[in-house]
Ligand binder design. Sequence first.
Ligand SMILES: [Zn+2]
Length: 277
Amino acid sequence: MILLVENHLNFSSNFEKKITMKQIFTFILIILCLSVSIEGRAWGLLGHRVIGEIASLHLHESTKNKIQNILGHQTLAEVSTWMDDIKSDSKYDSLKPWHYTTIPDGMKYNETNVNPKGDVIYGINFIVEELKKGELNPQLEKEYLMMLVHLIGDIHQPLHVGNGEDRGGNQAKVTWFGESSNLHRVWDSEMIDGKLYSYTELTKIINHPMHEELVSWQSDSVEDWAHQCMEFRNGIYEYGDDYGWEYKYQYTHWDTMKLQLLKGGVRLAGILNEIYG
Ligand SMILES: [Zn+2]
């Protein structure tokens, strides 16, 4: 009887050990999966959210109310990345060229071979026109609004206005603080994420446009927005491979980054006020 009880105890403790090991492995597996998916989703989130948040602070009261009716409890910051989320859904494949445009050095947009499948300038103009008509059903209106928030973000990332030579810096390979990367990714996310601000903290830091700036930025055309990105391009391509070049690069371009996020937010608000104000 004693032997039997001891055996039972041994069995129990072995069983517990097995469960514990199994639990540990499961736990490690979950952590690994989570870290991969978070990393995969992290690109570009912060910049888009800052632009959505800044815009929400420059809306007229009537615009705010109408947007709340469309989005419910969701904020502009939250829906700003929806257009990246749907990239995995083939239903929306035709929208993929809408995230960027190509204007070679020394050219204006209207002198280029515009992509017949559309681009970010076409996308923004198309959506603004559709939203202004006010005839969309609620689901489509919400989708178009979410797309507009995203696309106005994209067009303010200087490398979403590509020179036609390296897929907007995607082929410009760099090492960013020891990790292999490329210039596009550095501008999409790594420079911003590296500061370790939340999107609300970064909004507080950036959101101080002077009245004249606000008026002038909101009166520029969508094509102007793209042309202004090109002014930064030469500087963006001055990167190195010497040790610690990233510090200098970040320091040199941080003001441009903040300016572009601010312009994006202010202009998004201007367009939304025009549509819904
Ligand atoms: Zn995009």
